[in-house]
Design a binder for this molecule. Structure first.
Ligand code: NAD
Length: 445
């Protein structure tokens, strides 16, 4: 199928290269000419494992990039909207989605053939059937369900595992205005066999995405709340507590042979310095605001956000326990992106932590295997030195903060032992064995 993708960020580009790799003819559209130029020269503008390879393999064959939305829509049968939907302070900002829908509508005005528009951006229930439909009809002068189809296909990929998640989805949710839209959407995903497909309405598809992200965020804040209580009570390690919880066979079922299945969601039931990224914080806030709009109070989710916003202070109090004043203290920050495998800095817990320490006069050295350039955009160069590797970062540090679970950080205990370092290690992810480092501090201890 010939597919155009409007918005070539994390989701749009990954979707584009994966759909192209599965045999569709894909045109990636972005209004950012630099991004388009990079993609056209075979360089992905973002870091994601395997993305450069997949881009190189398909570019010029089944994949191309352009800034020309009109011709991309004209030459394809389906346009997927994958633009950003940031939280606008009070509610979700659907401005980019509306703009993209309007531009697609303008292109459809001169097109005779039936076309399907598919919303992949995360939008609150009702957005596709109301805002997007209205913008398309207004700009095209055509009728939804007659001249064009309209669907909603939420994306569940996780940054850091984006390619493998897109290629091997756990489910495909296809919202659609009518049967003809559903039929077209099925063709998009025909190459993905053996996957459960949920065929539903646009509104339900939109809600499935929010319910999924809100549940995962809730598990994290629940675990952090328990962990913080463990720390306050004393003499309890939240890691042991959560291990005991995980062993409930309703969470990790026992097979007849005695072997246990450990479902992926267990990793959300662990203590840490909080969730970040471009999805959980903004999606939960958007759903709370949507609830208020519909007179449905969302008190549980409000707490999820509040707990998360306070969680970075758990790291700071552990630093201040050893250094009541951090002025001129040498602090090594390991991991800047919100999770390993990505350079995405959006809402990373490292941001409030680094900013607070910097304001108090700490001397900060920072290292992230892939997020240095993105981090520099966030923090600038004032009061922070970016290092090239782990060894350089922790040399002479009085405090080491571990904020992202990169595999290479597993070497820290060995490195500290070898150099005889007496640094306090604050493990914001409970990644290292607490007995492996002499001066260890962790969330939930
Ligand atoms: P992003 O900010 O990385 O990319 C958006 C892109 O859209 C940008 O490159 C921007 O230049 C482009 N754009 C905006 N308006 C345009 C227009 N009118 N024409 C052409 N290009 C336009 O965003 P993202 O992280 O890929 O997220 C996109 C959507 O997917 C959001 O709704 C997000 O919530 C959702 N989502 C994201 C993830 C994730 O892990 N990042 C996962 C699932 C769902």
């Amino acid at each position: 199928m010939r597919i155009s993708i409007v918005g070539t960020g994390y989701v749009g580009l990954v979707s584009g290269v994966c759909l192209a790799d599965r045999g569709h003819q894909v045109t990636c559209v972005d209004k950012d000419a630099d991004k388009v130029a990079k993609i056209s020269s075979g360089v992905a503008p973002i870091y994601e494992k395997g993305l450069d390879d997949l881009l190189g393999r398909n570019l010029g064959k089944t994949l191309r990039a352009t800034t020309d939305l009109r011709s991309a829509v004209d030459e394809t049968e389906l346009s997927l909207i994958a633009v950003g939907t940031p939280f606008g302070g009070q509610e979700i900002d659907t401005g980019y989605v509306e703009q993209a829908a309007t531009e697609i509508g303008q292109a459809l005005r001169d097109k005779d053939a039936y076309h399907v528009v598919l919303v992949k951006s995360t939008v609150v229930p009702g957005t596709t059937d109301e805002l997007v439909l209205t913008a398309l009809e207004k700009a095209s002068g055509k009728k939804a369900g007659v001249d064009f189809g309209l669907g909603m296909n939420p994306e569940f990929l996780r940054e850091g595992e984006a390619i493998s998640d897109f290629m091997n989805p756990d489910r495909i949710v296809l919202g659609g205005l009518d049967e003809r839209t559903h039929e077209t959407l099925r063709k998009v995903y025909e190459p993905f066999t053996g996957v459960d497909v949920v065929l539903t309405s646009n509104k339900t598809a939109e809600m499935i995405k929010y319910a999924s992200n809100s549940l995962l965020a809730t598990l994290i804040s629940f675990s952090n709340e328990i962990a913080n209580l463990c720390s306050s009570v004393g003499g309890i390690d939240a890691l042991e507590v959560m291990h005991g919880v995980h062993l409930d066979k309703r969470f990790s079922p026992l097979l007849p042979g005695g072997e246990r299945i450990t479902p992926g969601f267990i990793s959300y039931l662990e203590a840490g310095c909080g969730f970040g990224g471009s999805c959980f914080p903004k999606d939960v806030k958007a759903l709370i605001a949507h609830g208020q709009k519909h007179a449905a109070s969302m008190r549980l989710l409000e707490s999820v956000i509040e707990i998360n916003q306070n969680q970075p202070t758990q790291v700071l109090t552990r630093v201040e326990k050893h250094f009541p004043s951090v002025k001129d203290v040498d602090i090594a920050v390991l991991g800047l992106a919100f999770k390993p495998g990505t350079d995405d800095m959006r809402e990373s817990p490292a941001i409030p932590i680094v900013n607070a320490l910097r304001e108090k006069g700490a001397r900060i050295k920072a290292y992230d295997p892939v997020a240095r350039a993105e981090a520099q955009k966030v923090f600038g160069d004032q009061g922070i030195r970016y290092c090239e590797d782990l060894v350089e970062t922790i040399a002479d540090a009085q405090v080491i903060l571990l904020l992202t679970r990169w595999d290479e950080f597993k070497q820290i205990p060995e490195l500290l032992e070898r150099t005889g370092s007496q640094a306090v290690l604050v493990d914001g992810r409970r990644m290292l064995d607490k007995d492996s480092v002499e001066r260890y501090e962790g969330i939930g201890i």
